[in-house]
Design a protein around this ligand. Structure first.
Ligand code: NAP
Length: 297
């Protein structure tokens, strides 16, 4: 029986800590951190994620607001709004919920966000700083994963971590963080992807597996070394008539066959998802503190 790494519980503890920091700020007469999310269109998943982020902001005393656009919004309209937010010193963090409609260049939009307000950590400047091991914002999902590992006392030093997936938002930054120096680094990391040959031979040699693929149930029990830690990033909606909504969220890990083999595992839902929000809130607090520091320096 694997230990369940409970993202909801860990995220709640991090939010409590942030809430205390907000109270202390407000007691000193300072404005609380302010996160703005831009949401384009009516995609169900995107709407759920954005409202969860907004709710989490309000729970801990952050200011949180959502700017909504129809699918027909032009790239220029979005860029203008981002420019306006970049220059607004009442706003500390800005996220643009992805994916965007096809007529909008996601890369151009991401690069338009001022790096110091990019609390998702997707901007080239922040990715570059991460790659160089400099201080700064870390992409929210991999950052959240390091926080849950730390919470459960799961060390990474000297371990073999196999990251499945090499996206710019999860797999790639995760591999950089785990292979860098520091408390949640110093691992020997293998990055795998769709062109990797005999993937199971790699995952079977892993002390820790991070699965970020987007293919429900892809990692099965026979691909996991007994006792390994398995982090499931995947969140794919799959049809499920037994649910009121007609769907459920499925991870990239086949929980039923992996849980009996693994030493510890994150569930879906309730694992990495809440930790991503915790990472985002922590990044927003960092951005606010940096602004206060700059104003008082
Ligand atoms: P992505 O950009 O689509 O990247 C998927 C990666 O998986 C790619 O690198 C791809 O390889 C690799 N891959 C696909 N099929 C594979 C296979 N058969 N064998 C090995 N590797 C394979 O996805 P993403 O944005 O990283 O997201 C991955 C999953 O995590 C999705 O389900 C997403 O919804 C979820 N997610 C969850 C959170 C959260 O907060 N819980 C946050 C972000 C993402 P190639 O590069 O070779 O194509």
């Amino acid at each position: 029986m694997a230990q369940i790494l409970d993202g909801r519980e860990v995220s709640a503890a991090i939010k409590e800590q942030l809430k205390r920091e907000v109270s202390a700020m407000v007691d000193q007469g300072l404005r609380p951190p302010h996160l703005v999310a831009i949401l384009v269109g009516n995609d169900g998943g995107s709407m759920t994620y954005v409202s969860a982020k907004e709710k989490a902001c309000h729970e801990i005393g952050f200011l949180g607001s959502v700017i909504r656009y129809e699918n027909t919004v032009t790239e220029q309209e979005l860029l203008n709004k981002i420019d306006e937010i970049n220059r607004n010193d009442q706003i500390d963090g800005l996220i643009v919920q992805l994916p965007l409609p096809k007529h909008i260049d996601e890369n151009r939009v991401t690069l338009a966000i001022a790096p110091h307000k990019d609390v998702d950590g997707f901007h080239d400047v922040n990715m570059g700083r991460l790659a160089k091991g400099a201080d700064g914002v870390k992409p929210a999902t991999p950052y959240g994963i390091t926080l849950i590992l730390k919470h459960y006392g799961i060390t990474t030093e000297g371990k073999h971590v196999v990251v499945v997936g090499r996206s710019n938002i999860v797999g790639r930054p995760m591999s950089i963080m785990l292979s860098g120096p520091g408390e949640t680094g110093n691992a020997t990391v293998t990055v795998t992807h769709s062109k990797t040959k005999d993937l199971a031979s790699w995952t079977r040699s892993a002390d820790i597996i991070v699965a970020a693929i987007g293919r429900p149930g892809f990692i099965t029990g026979d691909m996991v070394k007994p006792g390994a830690v398995v982090i499931d990033v995947g969140t794919t909606r799959v049809d499920d008539d037994s649910k009121k909504a007609g769907w459920r969220l499925s991870g990239d890990v086949d929980f039923a066959s992996v849980e009996p083999v693994a030493g510890a595992i994150t569930p879906v839902p309730g694992g990495v998802g809440p930790m991503t929000i915790a990472g985002l809130l922590a990044n927003t607090m960092l951005a606010r503190k940096a602004q206060i520091h700059a104003q008082t320096a």
